[in-house]
Write a new protein. Structure first.
Lengths: 381, 353
């Protein structure tokens, strides 16, 4: 029987296009210090560290966690570096949780980051070659397939973009702040990869996110309400092969069902109060709602259209503003878990969903082939 | 000691390390993974969790690790993760995952091709980008500084270094997977010029391409899959400060601590496979571990005989597991390292039943 794991501290940086006010160690310490302060702990209380980030070529430093050991008080401790493409922030959280659940460690600091202003993320996303199609370019055909399969109207993506950017105004850490955003503005913004326009695409951000994970005893004596980790799962599948369904990846379906099973959830649409899903391009909101069986086939976009996924709706998605508002790639996955934790702890401030007790966190990466998911609760089930 | 002690290595395979493999990294991995699974009598669809270790930067391509999913056979979807570290740490993550008790097998692999790049340029980027990398410090120079400190401290001589190199390459003659082997005369070696004083060519690791795969299983499953499982009785890893001027490079305190946490506090042990990529590091590691003189160290030839970076540490674990599986030894220790001049160290203690 695994040990229970609790999130007792959450911290993140103010995400911006360029954080030229901080070095990389400084950026990480900003997030880590906030998480430790939240947990009322110090670096000395931490038994082990797990660091996650996307490819090292994004900043041009090979295995940067090695030099970051000094800034994070890691000397004498175990440190792991996770790298699973875009889902890495999520899988870093999962690895951290495993260290606690296996009873190997009692208090783990998991931290994920990216300082994209130091490099060229578009070049990096193209595998380090020129003339890359970009992440949006890879996803656009699948989005078009979703629209064709479901008959979704063209404004669904624009609706998601407006929702997430208005949510971001309630999140003091969010990168993009566009108070005057409207459907018309999104519709008129430059087309990047048909049908994705500029204002429905994620920014490129500098940022970090950290969580302090403890065992059951740590959760029970935590200074503030903890978020209990009820379920975690990861799944990967090959990115390219004949017969693959990239619109509804099987790995995403199975990952979701694994966490639902662990958490005792049979009707996710009803039993989950809030979801933080990795939506870097607007249309991924309805696609993940269906891809994780929250909505039935062809029903995901209807949830968006009817306002179900607004903060005040029946199934709020990304009250933090999501990846569409802040995207330090290495951290984005962990931000989903961190925001889910804040929701069930009642500590999400202005973007708090009333009465949120069960939250779903999801991160994906690569050719929509890596998934890391979790269910967090206010009380253990 | 943390964790259960009923997780064992039940299958393994490695490639022969070469200076430049014609195969790509995925091509090196596919047959290696298949062979490890076959040795473990396990179908890939039964594997509960998979973890890989590799370094994108070494390959020169962000997201290069994604291609290695082909070797894992990631269809139907698998529960899988990846560390940007030597495969030894992928094994550690799989070992942690197996503690939960809900799955009882795991597949681990590590791989790397150093041949397409200039390693001294790549690893020069593995240093603090603000204070070290701009100095143009390269790994051989750093290792040379460490060697110099060892000599100045009176803890070793250049002859000691040459003897490590000669002994390693002599032993490697019995290792079909080794890259550099042969009978070298120590006096002749000492007449060779310095590459980066006080290091000579024989004190440096070769540049290698290679891959390694391991199958882990728990409890009765391990007994079912292998005649003589190599039980992991303890495994731990610790990191030290990065700035080389802020720690004692002539000792390896993290190795000592990791070994103690893994259940080894010095004393007799049947075999020790150490990831000493530079000959002086073997001197440091022997002392850090408290290995008695006369201990069988690196019968495989160690990293001086083959250094497929990102696989080297996991290969040390396999070399011990192999000897346990063959019934040659009953208890052994494997060491893996990450970063430069022994910044991050892992110790894995294994036993036959």
């Amino acid at each position: 029987m695994a040990e229970r794991c609790a999130v007792v501290g959450v911290g993140q940086t103010h995400h911006k296009k360029t954080r030229d006010d901080k070095s990389i160690p400084g950026l990480l310490r900003e997030a880590a210090q906030r998480a430790l302060d939240d947990a009322e702990m110090t670096y000395a209380d931490i038994d082990a560290l797990v660091i996650g980030k996307a490819p090292d070529a994004f900043e041009g430093i090979v295995q940067p966690e090695l030099f970051l050991a000094d800034a994070l008080g890691a000397a004498g401790k175990p440190m792991l570096r996770v790298h699973t493409a875009g889902s890495v922030g999520g899988s870093t959280f999962v690895v951290g949780a495993h260290l606690v659940e296996s009873r190997i460690h009692e208090r783990v600091l998991a931290i994920s980051w990216e300082k994209q202003s130091e490099g060229n993320a578009q070049w990096g996303l193209a595998g380090g070659r020129s003339r890359g199609i970009g992440a949006g370019g890879a996803f656009a055909p699948w989005i078009r397939a979703y629209i064709e399969q479901t008959g979704a109207p063209e404004y669904i993506g624009w609706q998601v973009a407006v929702k997430d950017r208005l949510n971001a105004l309630k999140n003091p850490y969010a990168h993009l702040r566009i108070p005057d955003i409207t459907i018309e503005k999104v519709k008129e913004s430059a087309m990047l990869w048909d049908p994705l326009r500029f204002l429905e695409s994620c920014p490129s951000s500098d940022g970090a996110c950290a969580v302090v994970l403890t065992d059951e005893a740590g959760g029970k004596k935590a200074a503030k309400p903890p978020a209990w980790v009820e379920a975690t799962a990861v799944r990967s599948e090959l990115g390219v092969f004949p017969g693959r369904n990239p619109v509804r990846p099987q790995a995403g379906v199975e990952c979701a069902h694994d966490v639902y099973r662990q958490a005792g959830i049979s009707v996710p649409r009803q039993e989950i109060d809030v979801a933080e899903l990795y939506v870097p391009f607007s249309w991924y909101e309805p696609m993940w709602l269906e891809g994780h069986d929250i909505a039935g086939p062809g029903e995901g976009w209807k949830m968006v259209e009817s306002g179900d996924t607004e903060i005040t709706g029946s199934f709020p998605v990304n009250p933090s503003g999501g990846v569409l508002s802040s995207n330090p790639i290495g951290a984005s996955g962990m931000l989903r878990f961190a925001e889910a934790a804040l929701q069930v702890r009642g500590l999400a401030g202005e973007h708090q969903v009333d009465g949120a007790r069960t939250a779903l966190a999801q991160a994906y990466g690569g050719g929509a082939q890596y998934f890391a998911m979790g269910v967090l609760r206010s009380q253990p089930a | 000691m943390a964790g259960t002690s009923d997780i064992a290595i039940v299958g393994f395979a490695q490639t022969k390390s070469v200076r430049a493999a014609a195969d790509g990294e995925v091509q090196l991995l596919v047959p290696t993974v298949a062979e490890a699974l076959e040795r473990a009598n396990l179908d890939r669809r039964e594997v509960g969790f998979t973890c890989a270790g590799s370094c994108d930067y070494l390959t020169g391509g962000p997201f290069a690790f994604v291609q290695n999913l082909e070797a894992a056979g990631a269809w139907p979807p698998i529960s899988e993760s990846h560390v940007e570290m030597d495969g030894a740490w992928a094994l550690y993550e799989a070992w942690v995952r197996l503690q939960h008790g809900d799955i009882d097998t795991a597949l681990v692999f590590g791989s790397g091709k150093s041949s397409p790049s200039k390693p001294h340029e790549v690893w020069a980027q593995q240093l603090d980008p603000y204070f070290l990398a701009p100095l143009g410090v390269d790994p051989v120079t750093l290792a040379g500084l460490q060697a110099r400190m060892l000599l100045d401290a009176g803890k070793a001589t250049e002859l000691d270094f040459a003897e490590v190199a000669a002994r390693s390459r002599r032993a490697a003659q019995d290792n079909p997977n080794a890259q550099v082997s042969g009978d070298f005369d120590v006096d002749a070696l000492l007449k060779e010029p310095y590459v980066r004083a006080p290091l000579r060519r024989h004190d440096l690791p070769p540049i290698s391409d290679g891959a390694v795969a391991v199958v882990l299983a728990r409890g009765d499953k391990a007994r079912q899959l292998a005649e003589r499982p190599a039980w992991i009785r303890g495994i731990d890893h610790r990191i030290e400060v990065h700035q080389p001027g802020m720690r004692d490079l002539t000792t390896s305190s993290s190795t000592t601590l990791a070994a103690r946490k893994a259940g080894y506090d010095g004393g007799p042990i049947d075999v020790a496979e150490l990831s000493a990529t530079f000959s002086p590091q073997e001197v440091i590691l022997r002392e850090a571990l408290g290995l008695p003189a006369g201990t069988n160290v690196n019968p495989s030839g160690g990293a001086l005989a083959a250094n497929p970076v990102m696989a080297t540490g996991l290969i040390r674990i396999v070399e011990v597991a192999q000897r346990i599986a063959d019934g040659d030894v009953n208890r052994g220790l494997a060491h893996a390292t990450g970063g430069q001049v022994l910044q991050h160290n892992m110790v894995c203690v294994m036993e036959g039943e």
